[in-house]
Design a protein around this ligand. Sequence first.
Ligand code: ZN
Length: 109
Amino acid sequence: MSIVCELAAPFIANSAVDGGEVLRPFRSHAASCLKCQARHAAMAKTARELAAMEGHRIAAPADLEWRVMTSLEGDLAVPRSWRRPVAWSAAVVSMAAAILIWRLRPRTS
Ligand SMILES: [Zn+2]
């Protein structure tokens, strides 16, 4: 990738997403550069795929928040020494809640 390719990248991206032409300062470069054309094609494909997903809702895994928080480094990180006890506590609390719900379920007979 040349410096021109890197400078053109945001304009290539805009063109790929909105379907318009690459802005004039980079239009001739984009027309002759195979790398920029490949980048444009890849971004246009991604934009089409994202547009096709509009309205689709995909449920996040139940443990997503926990996995994200435990993978963080820095101020927001869960201290490593807490990870295992917190996970065990969460498992015990959820088992207790399940047992309580089971015991308190309405019975018809
Ligand atoms: Zn280029």
